[in-house]
Write a protein that binds this ligand. Structure first.
Ligand code: PLP
Length: 367
């Protein structure tokens, strides 16, 4: 936050609430009178046990996770889930699975899933440079597929599902990579067989990945599944089969408490919509000076990619001058270039307002 002199617009690891960091700082050396740091404690001790249980129950409260679903704290990043999904949900390597490829991340998920299933592309946004999402009836679903996979928010391309397609496969399973919009708004978890998300955008530091999986889908993993990728391993052991990323889980717990204290995800969504609204309005009101290529109806509330009509040199100048004014990490992903402002939950409104003011000023100075 600005209290630290900098607004961090990074796509992840991303800014965390200052209050959470300060609390962690206060507890870092002596965790709640124990004389030890939580990162020095046994993951089977009473302090960490209480921390992970509270993190899970607060996350369940935030997302209204039904009892039909397990909440798992995992390692290996969301990237490991690209393999875990087909390994757990497909009965064999030749079982079909459908993928909506709406950007770089769902493309990666699809390519990894091809190794562990007969994955196919049910819709691709590649020809449109990943600036749109399909009308749901344009998704060519295979009725034999084990699941339909989507990425709910494409972090690089800035495309976000505002509603979710119904899976038309025989098992009726919808899977979502929610890494970059997890806990940014309410979600009807009951519609999903599996949701997974790396923590490092909205809910914590990198090192922990959260999976929310329907209980009846746990236990049918392919025999080749590594023990660490089998949801049953972690469901049977309350995410404590091996040493978990204790410190990261603890921080996620503090973030969940903070989100609940803000009034829950409906309130958080309102703030996020307001922040994104003023940024997109500034882009659209610039007379073509700034351009966001994403179709308006699917623009992400989390990652706002844009270019400058004047070209790459001006983009470089824009990013460098913004950094001098304390707005850092605005460079677009190396694969697409341009500018990207990631404005996750913990980005204060003042940070977005400062960016918008800077954009107007930059345009006035460089007509
Ligand atoms: N999926 C999405 C949508 C992401 O944004 C990212 C990372 O930025 C990943 C997956 C990969 O996550 P991880 O780095 O935790 O493996």
């Amino acid at each position: 936050a600005a209290d630290r002199g900098v607004y961090n617009f990074a796509a992840g690891p991303a800014t965390l609430p200052l209050s959470v960091l300060q609390r962690a700082q206060a507890e870092l050396v002596d965790y709640r009178g124990s004389g030890m740091s939580i990162m020095e404690m046994s993951h089977r001790g009473k302090e960490f046990d209480a921390a992970i249980k509270k993190a899970e129950s607060d996350l369940r409260a935030l997302l209204a996770v039904p009892d039909t679903h397990e909440v798992l704290f995992l390692q290996g990043g969301a990237t490991s889930q690209f393999a875990a999904a087909p390994l757990n949900l497909c009965a064999s390597l030749s079982d079909p699975a459908d993928f909506v490829v709406s950007g770089s991340w769902s493309d990666k998920a699809f390519k990894e899933a091809k190794k562990f299933s007969a994955a196919s592309v049910a819709w691709s946004g590649k020809d449109g440079k990943y600036t749109s999402l399909p009308p749901f009836d344009a998704i060519e679903q295979n009725p034999e597929a084990r699941f339909l996979h989507i990425c709910s928010n494409e972090t690089i391309h800035g495309v976000e599902f505002k509603d979710y397609p119904e899976p038309k496969n025989k098992s009726g399973i919808l899977v979502a990579d929610m890494s970059s919009n997890f806990c940014s708004k309410p979600v009807d978890v009951s519609r999903f067989g599996l949701i997974y998300a790396g923590a490092q955008k909205n809910v914590g530091p990198s090192g922990v990945t959260i999976a929310i999986v329907r209980k009846d889908l746990v236990g049918g993993a392919q025999p080749i599944t590594p023990v660490m990728l089998d949801y049953k391993t972690h469901a049977d052991n309350a995410s404590l089969y091996n040493t978990p990323p204790c410190f990261a889980i603890y921080i996620c717990g503090l973030v969940f408490e903070d989100l609940l204290a803000q009034g829950g995800l409906a309130e958080v969504e309102k703030k996020n919509a307001h922040k994104a609204g003023i940024l997109y309005d500034a882009i659209d009101a610039s007379g073509g000076y700034y351009i966001c290529p994403v179709e308006k109806s699917v623009r992400s509330l989390m990652n706002v990619p844009f270019t400058l009509a004047k070209g790459g040199d001006f983009e470089k100048q824009f990013i460098a001058e913004a950094a001098k004014e304390g707005m850092v990490q605005l460079k677009g992903h190396r694969s697409v270039g341009g500018v990207r402002a990631s404005i996750y939950n913990a980005m204060p409104l003042a940070g977005v307002e400062k960016l918008v003011a800077f954009m107007k000023d930059f345009q006035a100075r460089n007509p």
